[in-house]
Design a protein around this ligand. Structure first.
Ligand SMILES: Cc1cc2nc3c(=O)[nH]c(=O)nc-3n(C[C@H](O)[C@H](O)[C@H](O)COP(=O)(O)OP(=O)(O)OC[C@H]3O[C@@H](n4cnc5c(N)ncnc54)[C@H](O)[C@@H]3O)c2cc1C
Length: 270
């Protein structure tokens, strides 16, 4: 493996600006999964982010929680304020792999890996998180739903790094995260759902239901009007309009739609 190890963020950004095809590497829990079979990947150059102190940590300000791009699941699981205020981060982080993955894998890596079945992204999206990108050209803040343009297509250029994730602090009356898999942990979601209600309104975010993690505007409208509980039969058409699940090795599209409706309904009744 050809590894470049910058000591500071400016150095890392200079390397990305000066050389095409350098791949950022954080915890490598996604990057190295296919290493034995993807031989072509071995010739690439990897930008090891682990020495960049600027990207570490979990920081609370009056208005938001800031996760550095090297913040791990474990950093958040261990943060008492997160458990109190933004508990979905803890609930979603807990079943990610086992402790080795939770202490190595980063929230930012989960975002950039862009799996439609990711567990970190749905809760971040339900909290209206913003991705902070930086390059030698400057900084850009991108709302998480806008970061995804299609399957593994991102609003990010090769010279940009994710440097932080910003999550606004609000008061919530509903915060729920559900992951349906073949077992509770160490499983890829067949259906994932993050649900929040705050002063900013309802957020419904679906995982494993489309080529990207996706907010569900038709469902959010049903919740805003109260129609979802009055007319539960309206859920399936709204899910059909918001999502585009596929049949694959883990489930059928029909199963995913029906399970999402049931999970949502039971979450609302609870
Ligand atoms: C055994 C196992 C179990 C797992 N279980 C789950 C699970 O239950 N749920 C789940 O969602 N995921 C799971 N994962 C996947 C993985 O742990 C997460 O997606 C993790 O968050 C990725 O973070 P990382 O730091 O390891 O990223 P890396 O592997 O280092 O990178 C992932 C991608 O992000 C890019 N990248 C990383 N950081 C940056 C940055 N700062 N700026 C720009 N690009 C960047 C890399 O170039 C790469 O494309 C599992 C993985 C393993 C190996």
């Amino acid at each position: 493996m050809k590894l470049v190890q910058p000591a500071t963020l400016p150095q890392a950004l200079e390397i990305l600006a000066g050389e095409r095809g350098v791949v950022p590497m954080a915890g490598a829990t996604d990057l190295l999964v296919h290493w034995p079979t993807r031989i072509a990947e071995h010739d690439k150059r990897y930008l090891d982010l682990s020495g960049l102190a600027e990207l570490r940590g979990v920081r609370w300000t009056d208005g938001e929680l800031q996760l550095g791009a090297l913040a791990t699941y474990w950093d958040v699981i261990a943060d008492r304020q997160a458990a109190r205020e933004l508990p979905l981060l803890v609930q979603a982080g807990r079943p990610v792999g086992a402790i080795q993955i939770q202490t190595g894998g980063k929230w930012a890596g989960n975002i950039v890996n862009a799996s439609p079945a990711a567990d970190g992204v749905p809760v971040l999206m339900a909290y209206d998180a913003t991705v902070v990108l930086q390059s030698v050209r400057g900084r850009e803040d991108v709302p998480l739903p806008e970061f995804y343009r299609g399957y593994k297509q991102l609003h990010m250029t090769d010279d940009q790094l994710v440097v932080a994730i910003r999550i606004p602090r609000r008061s919530y009356t509903v915060q729920q995260f559900h992951k349906v898999g073949s077992r509770r942990a160490q499983a890829i979601a067949k259906v994932g759902l993050a649900l929040t209600r705050s002063t900013a309104g309802w957020r419904v975010v679906a995982a494993s239901m489309a080529p990207t993690i996706r907010r569900c505007p038709a469902l959010e409208r049903l919740l805003e009007t109260g129609a979802a509980l009055r007319e539960p039969e309206a859920l399936l058409p709204a899910i059909a309009s918001d999502t585009s699940p596929i049949d694959d090795i883990r489930s059928s599209a029909e199963y995913r739609r029906r399970v999402m409706a049931r999970v949502l309904l039971s979450a609302l009744r609870a």
